[in-house]
Design a binder for this molecule. Sequence first.
Ligand SMILES: Nc1ncnc2c1ncn2[C@@H]1O[C@H](COP(=O)(O)OP(=O)(O)O)[C@@H](O)[C@H]1O
Ligand SMILES: [Mg+2]
Length: 320
Amino acid sequence: MYVMAFDNSRKENLSELIDVLFWSILISTFLSVYLSYLFSNRAIKPISRLINSIRTINSSKLSSRLDEGNRQDEIAQLAIAFNEMLSNLEISFQNQADFVSNASHELRTPLTIMNVESDYLLSRDRSPEEYKAHISELIGDIRKLNSLLNSLLELAHLNRDINIQRSPVRIDEVIYNSIHQVKSRFQDRKILLKINYPEADNDLLVNGNAGLLTIAFNNLLENACKFSDGEVVTEFLISEKFIEIIVSDSGIGIPADQIRIIFAPFKRASNVKYKSGFGIGLSLVAKIIEVHDASCEVTSSVNTGTQFRLRFERIAQSIL
Ligand SMILES: Nc1ncnc2c1ncn2[C@@H]1O[C@H](COP(=O)(O)OP(=O)(O)O)[C@@H](O)[C@H]1O
Ligand SMILES: [Mg+2]
C-alpha cells in the first residue's frame, strides 16, 4: 500500500512539473518573440522614417534635409552623410541651371541685336557702302557667336569625357604655335618668349593633348593682350620634376576679391565691362589644366598686371 501511494504522488509531481515546464516555455517563447518584435520595431523605426523622408526628395526638392537626430549614433551619421551629399548635389544642380541660363542669355542678346540690325537694314533701300558696313558688322557678330558656341561645345566635351587622349608633347612647340596664332589677331602687340633650353630636347616634354594645350595657352595669351597695352611675356622655368610656364602682362589686373571667381563659366571681373568677351575662356583653361593633372596660380594687382603660372609634370627620362 505504501509503495502505491508513493508512486501516485511521484506521477502527480511529474505531471505538475511538465505543466509548469510547458507553460513557462510557452510564456517565455511568447515573451521573447514579443520583446524582440518590440525592440526591433523600435530600432527599425528611425530607419523607416529615414527611408520615408528620402522617398520625398527629388531633383526639385534638393534643398530639403533629413533630420540628423542626436548626431551621434549610426543612423544620425547616415543622415549627416546623406545631407552632405544633398548639399553637393544642390550646388552642382544650381551651377548647371546658372550655366544654362547664362549661356541662353549670352546667345540670345547678340541674336536679338542681329535681328534688329537686319530689320533696320531691310527697312528701306540703302547705298552699297551702307550695306557693306552693316553686313560686316553682322559678320563680326556671327564670328563672336561662333567662337562662343565652339568654346561651349569644347567645355561640354571636356566635362563629359574625362579620358582625354594624351601623349608626349613638346610644350615649347605648343606655345610657339599659340603665340603665332594670337599675334595674328593682335598684330601690333609684342609677345616675348623667355626660355633657357636644357641640353636634351625632350626635357620639354609633357604628357598632354596638344590641341587642348593650344586652346588653353591661346586663351591665356589673348586675355593678356586684351587686358593690357604693353608687352606680354611668356617665360619657362624648368626644374627637375616640373615645367612651369608663366604668362604675364602689365595691364588692368584683377581685383583681389574676384580672383577666385574668374575660372567659373561666364564670370568676369568688375573692371572689364568695356572689353569684349563672354567669360568662358578661363573655365576652359581650368578644365584643360585639370585633365592634364597640372596646376595654375594667379597673382594679380589692379592696374599693375597679372601673372598666370602653370605647372606641368615633366615626363621622366626613364619612361622614354
Ligand atoms: N590677363 C588678365 N588681366 C586682367 N584680367 C584678366 C586677365 N585674364 C583674365 N582676366 C579676368 O578673368 C575674366 C575671365 O576671363 P575669360 O574667362 O577669359 O573671359 P573673357 O576673356 O571673355 O572676359 C576676365 O573677364 C577678366 O576679368
Ligand atoms: Mg578670355
